[in-house]
Design a protein around this ligand. Structure first.
Ligand code: UDP
Ligand code: MN
Length: 261
Protein backbone atom coordinates (compact mmCIF):
# COMPACT_ATOMS: atom_id res chain seq x y z
CA UNK A 1 0.00 0.00 0.00
CA UNK A 2 1.36 3.44 -0.92
CA UNK A 3 2.20 5.76 1.91
CA UNK A 4 -0.03 8.31 3.55
CA UNK A 5 0.85 11.79 4.72
CA UNK A 6 -0.22 14.87 6.60
CA UNK A 7 0.28 17.93 4.41
CA UNK A 8 0.45 21.60 5.33
CA UNK A 9 1.24 24.87 3.59
CA UNK A 10 3.25 27.99 4.41
CA UNK A 11 3.97 30.79 1.95
CA UNK A 12 5.82 33.03 4.41
CA UNK A 13 7.83 32.82 7.64
CA UNK A 14 4.88 33.50 9.93
CA UNK A 15 2.83 30.61 8.56
CA UNK A 16 6.06 28.57 8.54
CA UNK A 17 6.22 29.02 12.33
CA UNK A 18 2.68 27.69 12.51
CA UNK A 19 3.65 24.73 10.32
CA UNK A 20 6.56 23.94 12.65
CA UNK A 21 4.25 23.81 15.68
CA UNK A 22 1.73 21.68 13.76
CA UNK A 23 4.48 19.27 12.66
CA UNK A 24 5.84 19.03 16.20
CA UNK A 25 2.37 18.41 17.61
CA UNK A 26 1.81 15.55 15.12
CA UNK A 27 5.20 14.01 16.01
CA UNK A 28 4.57 14.41 19.76
CA UNK A 29 1.41 12.35 19.33
CA UNK A 30 3.29 9.59 17.53
CA UNK A 31 1.77 9.76 14.10
CA UNK A 32 2.79 6.86 11.87
CA UNK A 33 2.23 8.97 8.74
CA UNK A 34 4.70 11.02 6.71
CA UNK A 35 4.75 14.80 7.16
CA UNK A 36 4.88 17.08 4.11
CA UNK A 37 5.14 20.88 3.99
CA UNK A 38 4.43 22.81 0.82
CA UNK A 39 6.17 26.16 1.02
CA UNK A 40 6.36 29.29 -1.07
CA UNK A 41 9.67 30.63 -2.36
CA UNK A 42 9.55 33.53 0.15
CA UNK A 43 10.07 31.29 3.17
CA UNK A 44 13.54 32.18 4.51
CA UNK A 45 16.44 29.71 4.57
CA UNK A 46 16.54 29.42 8.42
CA UNK A 47 12.82 28.58 8.47
CA UNK A 48 13.19 26.11 5.60
CA UNK A 49 15.98 24.39 7.47
CA UNK A 50 13.88 23.97 10.64
CA UNK A 51 10.96 22.73 8.55
CA UNK A 52 13.22 20.15 6.93
CA UNK A 53 14.12 18.79 10.37
CA UNK A 54 10.48 18.36 11.39
CA UNK A 55 8.92 17.27 8.08
CA UNK A 56 9.83 14.29 5.90
CA UNK A 57 9.38 16.37 2.75
CA UNK A 58 9.52 20.14 2.21
CA UNK A 59 8.51 21.11 -1.31
CA UNK A 60 8.91 24.61 -2.69
CA UNK A 61 5.91 25.45 -4.85
CA UNK A 62 6.26 28.50 -7.05
CA UNK A 63 3.03 28.93 -8.95
CA UNK A 64 4.38 31.99 -10.77
CA UNK A 65 7.33 30.03 -12.02
CA UNK A 66 5.55 26.80 -12.87
CA UNK A 67 4.79 27.58 -16.51
CA UNK A 68 1.92 25.07 -16.42
CA UNK A 69 -1.85 25.13 -15.98
CA UNK A 70 -1.44 26.47 -12.45
CA UNK A 71 0.44 29.43 -13.89
CA UNK A 72 -2.30 29.97 -16.45
CA UNK A 73 -4.94 29.84 -13.72
CA UNK A 74 -2.87 32.35 -11.79
CA UNK A 75 -2.77 34.73 -14.78
CA UNK A 76 -6.54 34.58 -14.95
CA UNK A 77 -7.12 34.82 -11.18
CA UNK A 78 -4.08 36.59 -9.70
CA UNK A 79 -5.82 37.00 -6.34
CA UNK A 80 -5.81 33.23 -5.85
CA UNK A 81 -2.04 32.83 -5.37
CA UNK A 82 -2.08 31.09 -1.97
CA UNK A 83 -5.13 29.05 -2.96
CA UNK A 84 -3.40 27.74 -6.07
CA UNK A 85 -0.40 26.81 -3.95
CA UNK A 86 -2.71 24.89 -1.60
CA UNK A 87 -4.35 23.01 -4.48
CA UNK A 88 -0.88 21.77 -5.36
CA UNK A 89 -1.33 19.14 -2.62
CA UNK A 90 -3.35 17.07 -5.12
CA UNK A 91 -0.15 16.49 -7.10
CA UNK A 92 1.45 14.48 -4.25
CA UNK A 93 0.61 11.26 -6.08
CA UNK A 94 3.35 9.23 -4.40
CA UNK A 95 0.89 9.13 -1.48
CA UNK A 96 -2.34 7.16 -1.71
CA UNK A 97 -4.21 9.37 0.74
CA UNK A 98 -3.46 12.58 2.64
CA UNK A 99 -4.88 14.83 5.32
CA UNK A 100 -4.37 18.53 4.66
CA UNK A 101 -4.06 20.75 7.73
CA UNK A 102 -3.79 24.54 7.81
CA UNK A 103 -0.60 25.91 9.31
CA UNK A 104 -2.74 27.56 12.03
CA UNK A 105 -3.92 24.21 13.39
CA UNK A 106 -2.39 22.08 16.15
CA UNK A 107 -3.23 18.52 17.15
CA UNK A 108 -4.04 17.62 20.74
CA UNK A 109 -4.01 13.83 20.25
CA UNK A 110 -3.19 11.23 17.61
CA UNK A 111 -5.57 11.60 14.65
CA UNK A 112 -4.25 8.89 12.32
CA UNK A 113 -7.77 7.42 12.25
CA UNK A 114 -8.70 10.20 9.81
CA UNK A 115 -7.01 8.11 7.10
CA UNK A 116 -9.95 5.68 7.31
CA UNK A 117 -12.08 8.42 5.71
CA UNK A 118 -12.50 9.14 2.01
CA UNK A 119 -12.09 12.27 -0.14
CA UNK A 120 -13.44 14.78 0.56
CA UNK A 121 -14.00 14.53 4.29
CA UNK A 122 -13.99 17.66 6.43
CA UNK A 123 -15.74 19.27 9.40
CA UNK A 124 -18.57 21.80 9.06
CA UNK A 125 -17.59 25.46 8.99
CA UNK A 126 -18.73 27.20 12.19
CA UNK A 127 -19.94 30.23 10.23
CA UNK A 128 -21.98 28.33 7.60
CA UNK A 129 -22.30 24.64 8.52
CA UNK A 130 -23.50 23.57 5.04
CA UNK A 131 -19.98 24.44 3.90
CA UNK A 132 -17.00 22.46 5.10
CA UNK A 133 -14.07 24.24 6.68
CA UNK A 134 -10.98 23.72 4.53
CA UNK A 135 -8.53 23.92 7.45
CA UNK A 136 -8.57 20.10 7.86
CA UNK A 137 -9.58 17.74 5.06
CA UNK A 138 -8.96 14.21 3.79
CA UNK A 139 -8.09 13.90 0.09
CA UNK A 140 -6.64 11.56 -2.51
CA UNK A 141 -3.79 12.99 -4.58
CA UNK A 142 -4.61 12.69 -8.28
CA UNK A 143 -3.35 14.54 -11.34
CA UNK A 144 -6.82 14.26 -12.81
CA UNK A 145 -8.52 15.88 -9.82
CA UNK A 146 -5.78 18.53 -9.71
CA UNK A 147 -6.41 19.45 -13.36
CA UNK A 148 -10.16 19.64 -12.75
CA UNK A 149 -9.65 21.81 -9.67
CA UNK A 150 -7.47 24.26 -11.61
CA UNK A 151 -10.02 24.39 -14.39
CA UNK A 152 -12.76 25.01 -11.83
CA UNK A 153 -10.64 27.72 -10.25
CA UNK A 154 -10.00 29.55 -13.54
CA UNK A 155 -13.64 29.35 -14.61
CA UNK A 156 -15.43 30.10 -11.36
CA UNK A 157 -12.85 31.67 -9.08
CA UNK A 158 -13.62 31.52 -5.37
CA UNK A 159 -16.84 32.81 -3.82
CA UNK A 160 -14.98 33.77 -0.65
CA UNK A 161 -11.67 34.73 -2.25
CA UNK A 162 -9.81 31.76 -0.73
CA UNK A 163 -9.37 28.02 -1.00
CA UNK A 164 -12.48 27.25 1.04
CA UNK A 165 -14.70 28.86 -1.59
CA UNK A 166 -13.06 26.95 -4.43
CA UNK A 167 -13.15 23.60 -2.64
CA UNK A 168 -16.77 23.97 -1.52
CA UNK A 169 -17.73 24.90 -5.07
CA UNK A 170 -15.91 21.89 -6.47
CA UNK A 171 -17.00 19.33 -3.84
CA UNK A 172 -20.46 20.87 -3.81
CA UNK A 173 -22.40 17.78 -2.69
CA UNK A 174 -20.45 17.53 0.59
CA UNK A 175 -23.36 18.80 2.71
CA UNK A 176 -25.86 16.20 1.52
CA UNK A 177 -24.24 13.24 -0.24
CA UNK A 178 -22.48 11.15 2.40
CA UNK A 179 -22.54 11.66 6.15
CA UNK A 180 -19.31 9.66 6.58
CA UNK A 181 -17.52 12.58 4.92
CA UNK A 182 -18.64 14.90 7.72
CA UNK A 183 -15.79 14.86 10.20
CA UNK A 184 -16.79 15.52 13.80
CA UNK A 185 -16.25 19.12 14.81
CA UNK A 186 -13.57 18.04 17.33
CA UNK A 187 -11.21 17.50 14.35
CA UNK A 188 -11.36 21.20 13.52
CA UNK A 189 -12.36 23.11 16.61
CA UNK A 190 -12.11 26.80 15.93
CA UNK A 191 -12.01 29.41 18.61
CA UNK A 192 -15.07 31.06 16.98
CA UNK A 193 -17.17 28.18 18.30
CA UNK A 194 -16.01 28.82 21.84
CA UNK A 195 -17.73 32.16 22.09
CA UNK A 196 -20.65 31.48 19.73
CA UNK A 197 -21.76 28.36 21.66
CA UNK A 198 -20.04 28.33 25.03
CA UNK A 199 -22.24 25.65 26.70
CA UNK A 200 -21.42 23.20 23.86
CA UNK A 201 -17.76 24.02 24.23
CA UNK A 202 -17.99 23.35 27.96
CA UNK A 203 -19.76 20.03 27.29
CA UNK A 204 -17.62 18.72 24.40
CA UNK A 205 -14.51 20.91 24.25
CA UNK A 206 -12.35 18.55 26.31
CA UNK A 207 -12.70 15.98 23.49
CA UNK A 208 -11.04 18.31 20.98
CA UNK A 209 -8.41 16.61 18.83
CA UNK A 210 -7.47 19.53 16.58
CA UNK A 211 -7.60 23.21 17.42
CA UNK A 212 -7.78 25.71 14.56
CA UNK A 213 -6.80 29.35 15.16
CA UNK A 214 -9.11 30.52 12.40
CA UNK A 215 -9.49 34.23 11.67
CA UNK A 216 -7.43 37.37 11.72
CA UNK A 217 -5.47 36.85 14.95
CA UNK A 218 -3.04 33.96 14.73
CA UNK A 219 -1.00 32.60 17.65
CA UNK A 220 2.07 34.32 16.23
CA UNK A 221 0.27 37.69 16.34
CA UNK A 222 0.62 37.64 20.13
CA UNK A 223 3.68 37.94 22.31
CA UNK A 224 4.62 35.36 24.87
CA UNK A 225 6.82 35.64 27.93
CA UNK A 226 8.33 32.19 28.54
CA UNK A 227 9.36 33.15 32.10
CA UNK A 228 5.89 34.02 33.34
CA UNK A 229 4.20 31.80 30.67
CA UNK A 230 1.87 34.72 29.93
CA UNK A 231 0.46 35.87 26.60
CA UNK A 232 0.41 39.58 25.89
CA UNK A 233 -0.56 41.76 22.96
CA UNK A 234 -4.09 42.24 21.72
CA UNK A 235 -5.54 39.63 24.05
CA UNK A 236 -9.18 40.72 23.76
CA UNK A 237 -10.03 37.76 21.56
CA UNK A 238 -7.32 35.50 22.93
CA UNK A 239 -9.45 35.45 26.05
CA UNK A 240 -11.81 33.14 24.16
CA UNK A 241 -9.23 30.38 23.79
CA UNK A 242 -6.54 31.10 26.39
CA UNK A 243 -5.48 27.54 27.13
CA UNK A 244 -5.11 26.49 23.48
CA UNK A 245 -3.14 29.63 22.73
CA UNK A 246 -0.91 28.90 25.69
CA UNK A 247 -0.42 25.30 24.51
CA UNK A 248 0.64 26.61 21.09
CA UNK A 249 3.12 29.03 22.62
CA UNK A 250 4.56 26.47 25.04
CA UNK A 251 5.26 24.10 22.15
CA UNK A 252 6.64 26.94 20.05
CA UNK A 253 8.99 28.28 22.73
CA UNK A 254 10.18 24.87 23.94
CA UNK A 255 10.81 23.20 20.58
CA UNK A 256 10.80 25.70 17.71
CA UNK A 257 12.66 28.66 19.25
CA UNK A 258 15.74 26.56 20.17
CA UNK A 259 15.78 25.06 16.65
CA UNK A 260 15.66 28.51 15.06
CA UNK A 261 18.69 29.73 17.04
N1 UDP B 1 -1.55 30.46 4.07
C1 UDP B 1 -0.23 30.78 3.78
N2 UDP B 1 0.11 32.09 3.58
C2 UDP B 1 -0.78 33.10 3.67
C3 UDP B 1 -2.11 32.79 3.97
C4 UDP B 1 -2.46 31.47 4.18
O1 UDP B 1 0.61 29.87 3.71
O2 UDP B 1 -0.39 34.27 3.48
C5 UDP B 1 -1.94 29.04 4.24
C6 UDP B 1 -1.71 28.52 5.65
O3 UDP B 1 -1.50 27.12 5.61
C7 UDP B 1 -3.04 28.85 6.28
C8 UDP B 1 -4.01 28.49 5.17
O4 UDP B 1 -3.32 28.90 3.98
O5 UDP B 1 -3.25 28.14 7.48
C9 UDP B 1 -5.37 29.17 5.24
O6 UDP B 1 -5.26 30.52 5.64
P1 UDP B 1 -5.71 30.98 7.12
O7 UDP B 1 -5.42 29.87 8.06
O8 UDP B 1 -5.06 32.31 7.37
O9 UDP B 1 -7.26 31.18 6.93
P2 UDP B 1 -8.40 30.97 8.07
O10 UDP B 1 -8.26 29.56 8.55
O11 UDP B 1 -8.14 31.98 9.14
O12 UDP B 1 -9.66 31.19 7.32
MN1 MN C 1 -6.66 28.42 9.11
Amino acid sequence: MAEQAFVTLATNDNYARGAMVLGKSLRNHDTSKKLVALIGPEVSEPCQSVLRRIFDEVLVVDVLDSGDTAHLAMMKRPELGVTLTKLHCWTLTHFSKCVFMDADTMVLSNIDELFDREELSASPDPGWPDCFNSGVFVFRPSEETYAKLLEYCSEHGSFDGGDQGVLNGFFSDWATADISKHLPFIYNLSSVAIYTYLPAFKQFGQNAKVVHFLGKNKPWSYTYDPKSTQISGNVSDAAAHPSFLLDWWKLYSSTVVPALQ
